[in-house]
Design a protein around this ligand. Structure first.
Ligand SMILES: NC(=O)c1ccc[n+]([C@@H]2O[C@H](COP(=O)([O-])OP(=O)(O)OC[C@H]3O[C@@H](n4cnc5c(N)ncnc54)[C@H](OP(=O)(O)O)[C@@H]3O)[C@@H](O)[C@H]2O)c1
Length: 396
């Protein structure tokens, strides 16, 4: 099939999630501009079925084989038997490299998104990158693959999208001294740190400003999310750790600032709604309607900025530590954090012990930088084991 002029053929990986849903919302506002060719998720076959009904993709994939079988059956019942259904991690990755797709939205959660992100990168796609874990686990590998294949990467993460918007037109960093990522501080920014041991999963996922998936919501509460974003920013923009700062900005209206050598800060300001950065990434270099209105500045009233309290948020320091140690340590940090977050959500680990689990895994595993998907997986597997050992010790 030949692409129609100005029509972008999209693959949305992680279509049933928070970013996936917002992406499909923006795509549906511009049917003349975007066609959803392929959609993928983990196991939510019913959610993907609904998406197929609305968007009529050519192909769909589910990582879980049993869920893929359900989807096939129900698609036939719905008169949509023409949709090809793939399964497993390989099936999801195949959609990322589909020759009839122009742009791939990588919105799978966690390190599970690495294989499909890399497949899209190797295939030289335009990548709208939401899965920050790709850059945390294998940042150098991913960026070098993009340079070789000619893949373009447009960040979707709101802070990185904001930096991207604030960079010079050629998107290089000439004249940039440092960048500043803002953090809301999450639901516990004002809570007595001595009470963090009692935090419940429901409290942790109740973000004050953003509506997001469970994992990233917990990461926001510990501020590991901002740590992952610092690593992501260094890879995306070719900056050193000393050039990336974090400040708490409780209103979540300014998403990042680019600081230039002449004393200028360029800040991006918008509502805390992911459709803003998603639509920018989808339309770039043009701007397209996102369904979100401009912020009412008088109603917003004020913009506050304050330093991060490292005692309250030890995960941020661990991320900087891993970044300075190298890509292998970042992969360990990510895997240990995923295990710690899952254990916390399952009630197996106290909120205030997630940082200690990550710290122990970093001390236990001195990993080399991942050279390919296999080595990334092997570091990930060992770090997960080290994290489980640490969790087991905390239970004793
Ligand atoms: N949400 C935000 O506002 C936000 C902002 C910036 C960056 N991000 C990043 O965007 C990514 C997605 O976040 P989210 O909040 O949208 O997560 P989410 O709501 O939890 O959605 C995750 C998506 O990934 C799919 N998935 C899970 N495991 C999979 C697997 N093994 N293979 C294929 N798909 C799989 C899920 O499918 P099922 O429904 O079948 O489980 C779902 O579609 C994360 O990397 C996050 O850090 C999110």
């Amino acid at each position: 099939m030949v692409a129609e002029r100005n029509l972008t053929r999209l693959a949305v990986l992680g279509a049933t999630g928070s970013i996936g849903t917002s992406t499909l919302d923006v795509a549906a506002r511009h049917p003349e501009r975007f066609r959803v060719e392929a959609v993928a998720a983990g196991r939510d076959w019913a959610g993907l079925l609904e998406i197929c009904r609305h968007h009529r993709p050519r192909r769909a994939a589910l990582a879980d084989a049993g869920a893929a079988a359900q989807l096939r059956e129900h698609l036939v019942e719905a008169g949509l038997g023409g949709v090809e259904v793939l399964e497993g991690e390989g099936g999801v990755a195949e959609l990322g490299a589909d020759p009839e797709v122009d742009a791939v939205v990588t919105a799978v959660v966690g390190a599970a998104g690495l294989a499909s992100s890399l497949a899209a990168c190797q295939a030289g796609k335009r990548i709208l990158l939401a899965n920050k874990e790709t850059l945390v686990v294998a940042g150098t590998l991913f960026m070098e693959t993009a340079r070789r294949s000619g893949a373009t990467i447009v960040p979707v993460d709101s802070e990185h999208n904001a930096v991207f918007q604030g960079l010079p037109a050629d998107k290089g960093v000439a004249g940039v001294e440092r960048i500043v990522l803002t953090a809301s501080g999450g639901p516990f920014r004002d809570r007595d740190p001595d009470t963090l041991a009692e935090v419940t999963p429901d409290e942790a996922v109740a973000h004050p400003n953003w509506s997001m998936g469970q994992k990233i919501s917990v990461d926001s509460a510990t501020m590991m999310n901002k740590g992952l974003e610092v690593i992501e920013a260094c890879h995306l923009f070719g900056l050193g750790p000393e050039q990336v700062d974090v400040v708490i900005h409780r209103q979540s209206l300014v998403h990042a600032l680019v600081g230039y050598t002449d004393g200028t800060f360029l800040a991006q300001l918008g509502s805390p709604d992911m459709r803003v950065p998603i639509s920018y990434a989808m339309g770039y270099p043009e701007r397209i309607a996102s369904g979100v209105e401009l912020v009412d500045l008088a109603a917003a009233g004020r913009l506050d900025f304050q330093a991060v309290d490292e005692r309250r948020f030890p995960c941020l320091g661990l991320a900087y530590q891993a970044l300075r140690s190298g890509d292998g340590a970042c992969a360990v940090l990510n895997a240990a954090n995923e295990v710690a977050v899952a254990a916390f959500l399952e009630g197996r680990l106290r909120f205030d012990r997630m940082a200690a689990v990550v710290e122990e895994a970093l001390a236990a595993e001195a990993a080399p930088p991942p050279m390919d998907l296999e080595s990334a997986r092997s570091i990930d597997g060992r770090a997960r084991q080290a994290a489980e050992v640490a969790i087991g010790r905390f239970r004793d």
